[in-house]
Design a protein around this ligand. Structure first.
Ligand code: NAP
Length: 288
């Protein structure tokens, strides 16, 4: 039997309807600032989606566009003034930044209580402590929300996370292993000797690699749950635009898995929805 589709759009719509209710009860209108530096076309699409999502939910957004040649000092000054703006609840610096900018030190400068991406070391560190009431990075938080929404049993199950980035793989592994989720987690990365054997042992596989369709059907235990975080642009002459989006998981995995998230329409919409959730949480915390 083919895998059921783990529909991120429906899960995001469900979350959004709960957020709209919370926003209506919030003492102030939540307010998110999105900063983009340069003219990377994909980043502009992501920012537009975030702004549209704010509009749909009734979150105020401020869009700051800076030219590619903006200096480190100028971006730092922008962040400091956003930190000091008490009408703002969330600050997001769209990644990737032009290569002359030091992304890590800019992230460190964001007020952790407004760090809606959840990438500030203080927010990432809280996850290690098991304090999950703060800003959690949006993609792994969205994956956890999807698993819970689909009633996937995690306790005592074996989970494999492919990828160990600070923004997806590592926080994902910590969240799966945290109290309440209680999975037993293996992290697979580029130095792992046999990724296929690790995956075959797993009840839950989360692929966050950035390698199109790397996870093949013979990597997956029959009945496993598979979440595809990957977003890869691959050439495709059959499409008018000459390319298509592919995940990190081969589509034929649906013949083996019990549940599979699609690309697009899986984790992507959840990432944006969790950004909105972090903004609302920040507004609630600042005005409770
Ligand atoms: P990243 O920072 O490049 O990390 C990729 C990870 O994959 C690294 O830890 C790397 O290992 C590992 N890796 C690379 N080749 C491997 C291999 N052959 N076998 C096993 N592991 C391998 O990427 P990321 O930011 O985590 O993103 C991963 C994917 O998710 C990308 O496609 C990205 O576009 C997508 N993404 C989607 C969303 C969404 O909203 N849906 C959000 C964020 C990211 P090493 O550490 O050893 O190099």
């Amino acid at each position: 039997m083919p895998a059921k589709r783990l529909d991120g759009k429906s899960c995001a719509a469900d979350l959004e309807s709960r957020l709209i209710k919370r926003i209506s009860q919030c003492k102030v209108k939540p307010h998110l600032a999105v900063v983009i530096v340069g003219d990377d076309p994909a980043s502009h699409v992501y920012v537009r989606n975030k702004i549209l999502s704010c509009e749909r939910l009734g979150i105020k957004s401020t869009h700051i566009e800076l030219p590619s040649e903006t200096s480190q000092q100028q971006v730092e000054d922008t962040i400091i003034s956003l930190n000091n703006d008490s009408s703002l609840h969330g600050i997001l610096i769209q990644s990737p930044l032009p290569s002359h900018l030091d992304e890590e030190s800019l992230t460190d400068l964001i007020d952790p209580s407004k760090d809606v991406d959840g990438f500030h070391p203080q927010n990432l560190g809280r996850i290690v402590q098991g304090r999950l009431d703060g800003m959690i990075p949006c993609t792994p938080a969205g994956v956890m929300e999807m698993l819970r929404w689909a009633n996937v049993e995690m306790s005592g199950k074996k989970a494999v996370v492919i990828g160990r980035s600070f923004n997806v793989g590592m926080p994902q592994a910590l969240l799966l292993a945290s109290r309440g989720a209680d999975a037993t987690v293996t992290v697979v990365h580029s130095r792992t000797l046999d990724a296929k054997t690790e995956c075959l042992a797993a009840d839950i596989v989360i692929a966050a690699v950035g390698k199109p369709e790397m996870v093949k059907p013979d990597w997956i235990k029959p009945g496993a749950v598979v979440i595809d975080v990957g977003i890869n642009r691959v050439d495709d002459d059959t499409r008018e635009r000459g390319w298509r989006l592919a995940g990190d998981v081969h589509p034929d995995v649906s013949e083996v898995a019990s549940l599979l998230s699609p690309v697009p329409g899986g984790v992507g919409p959840m990432t944006v929805a969790m950004l909105m959730a972090n903004t609302v949480r920040s507004a609630e915390a600042q005005h409770s």
